[in-house]
Write a protein that binds this ligand. Structure first.
Ligand code: GDP
Ligand code: IMO
Ligand code: MG
Length: 421
């Protein structure tokens, strides 16, 4: 029996999942996305090329591996087509290697309108979504009225019209002036036809048959555990289960089929959109992290908020996910810092705690440990034994605090700038 290893973000997304999925893909037969949609932006760099993937799994650049879009994903045909055609222009043809679950839900143009209208209605308490229609699409799924990829092979036009009418009346109820949809609907239906050139599969069978024949699968998470609908900083979260258990639901695999759980985190912490962020820095140090880390959204270009690493939150997400191996990203961003801080505990109402509280919207004072920096350029290092001792001490400190081994150290955005321990 093969296993499904899961790679997922332990913070608020953008940890560097795309890069590491690409690095690990040679060890697998299949790479599968299990949740989220084009709210994701997964960046890969190799051989002087750079790609940002949104709905397509990050295994597509490593030979002829199967890449699967699972039932837990929400797919926007228009953005999917743009993404595929962009890759085609760069010489990457995917039609044979990419398969799509019939049970994945479709993002309609009116879902995007509802997303935007929802944010306007929230006003000052808005979530700061990516505006891709994610929330409304998952809402329709749970309310049992969504459209699925498999519906394209059925009476799709009728189902679409019903959904659209329902969305329009909701929008009117919210006081939204409905724009002319003629153009976007034309683009949408052309994109749906384009989608049909890909193989639609009953992906739960595809995956379980592969496992039965001993194949190895890597499940690629999107977003991060702190954005999980159940365990994240609710309501400032996304609308799917981003944690390990989400891979069982989003792919149709049994829990005992899960092998390693790779938890990936940055050597510091970032968040994009609204919502609480206990270790956020509003000073020069925060600015320096943003600058050195090029912390701007891969998809929206929005500046990412930056702060020190939060070990209270990390211990929590490691627990929820059952992480077996940690991967630390963007270590090189800290190269110029003379000292580095790590939030070991929270102080709430004067009481210190290592446990992650019900809400982090209250006033939290981070309790920091301060460690010496390494003050050198890590990006050229290839072997662990050559790394500066201060950096290795930071890694050892994190392992002691988090109680899980850090098995990969990333020291730059390129595929090659990866040290496997
Ligand atoms: P993802 O959503 O988790 O795949 O992450 P993103 O692609 O949104 O953001 C990670 C960003 O950091 C991308 O621009 C990567 O190219 C870049 N990156 C990944 N690993 C490293 C690293 O070790 N060092 C540096 N400096 N950049 C990295
Ligand atoms: P990757 O996969 C970082 C955030 C949004 C917003 C909240 C809800 O690249 O790590 P949504 O559009 O999902 O309803 O937005 O979640 N968010 C992300 N932040 N990385 C992502 O994906 C994100 N996907 C959504 O900024 O705060
Ligand atoms: Mg991203």
């Amino acid at each position: 029996m093969g296993k499904v290893d899961v790679l997922l973000g332990l913070q608020w997304g953008d940890e560097g999942k795309g890069k590491i999925v690409d690095v690990l893909t040679p060890n697998y037969d299949m790479v599968a996305r299990f949740q989220g949609g084009p709210n994701a932006g997964h960046t890969l760099e190799f051989a002087g090329e750079k790609y940002v993937l949104r709905s397509i799994p990050s295994g597509i650049f490593q030979g002829d591996k199967v890449n699967l879009i699972g039932n837990g994903v929400v797919l926007d045909p228009i953005l999917f087509r743009e993404e595929v055609e962009g890759l085609l222009k760069c010489g990457h043809k995917l039609t044979e290697r990419l398969v799509i679950s019939r049970k994945a839900h479709l993002i309609l143009p009116t879902h995007r309108l509802l997303d935007a209208a929802g944010e306007v209605a929230l006003g000052a308490t808005k979530i700061g979504t990516t505006g891709k229609g994610i929330g409304p699409t998952y809402t329709d799924k749970v309310a049992r009225r969504g459209l699925r990829v498999g519906d394209i092979e059925l009476d799709f036009q009728e189902r679409y019209s019903r959904a659209k009418q329902r969305h329009l009346s909701m929008l009117r109820g919210m006081g939204v002036e409905i724009p002319d949809l003629t153009e976007v609907e034309k683009t949408f239906f052309e994109a749906v036809e384009y989608l049909r050139t890909f193989r639609f599969v009953d992906s739960e069978f595809e995956i379980n048959n592969a496992l039965r024949t001993g194949k190895k699968i890597l499940a690629e998470g999107a977003q991060g555990s702190m954005l999980d609908i159940d365990f994240g900083s609710y309501p400032f979260v996304t609308s799917s289960n981003t944690i390990c258990a989400g891979s069982c639901i989003g792919l149709g695999v049994a829990p005992h089929q899960i092998g390693d759980v790779y938890g990936i985190f940055k050597a510091y912490c970032t968040r994009v959109g609204e919502g609480p962020f206990p270790t956020e820095l509003f000073d020069e140090t925060g600015k320096l992290l943003a600058e050195r880390g090029h912390e701007f959204g891969s998809v929206t270009g929005r500046p990412r908020r930056c702060g020190w690493i939060d070990l209270v939150a990390l211990r929590y997400t490691i627990m929820i996910n059952g992480v077996t191996k940690l991967i630390m990203m963007k270590s090189d961003v800290l190269d110029t810092f003379s000292t580095i801080k790590a939030c070991r505990a929270y102080k709430i109402d004067g009481i210190e705690t290592r446990n992650f509280p019900y809400s982090i919207e209250q006033t939290i004072e981070p309790v920091y440990d301060t460690l010496p920096g390494w003050n050198c350029d890590l990006t050229a290092y290839e072997r662990e034994s050559d790394l500066p001792k201060e950096f290795l001490a930071y890694v050892a400190y994190l392992e002691q605090e988090l109680e899980v081994p850090i098995t990969v150290l990333s020291v730059g955005p390129d595929r090659k700038q990866t040290i496997v321990r």
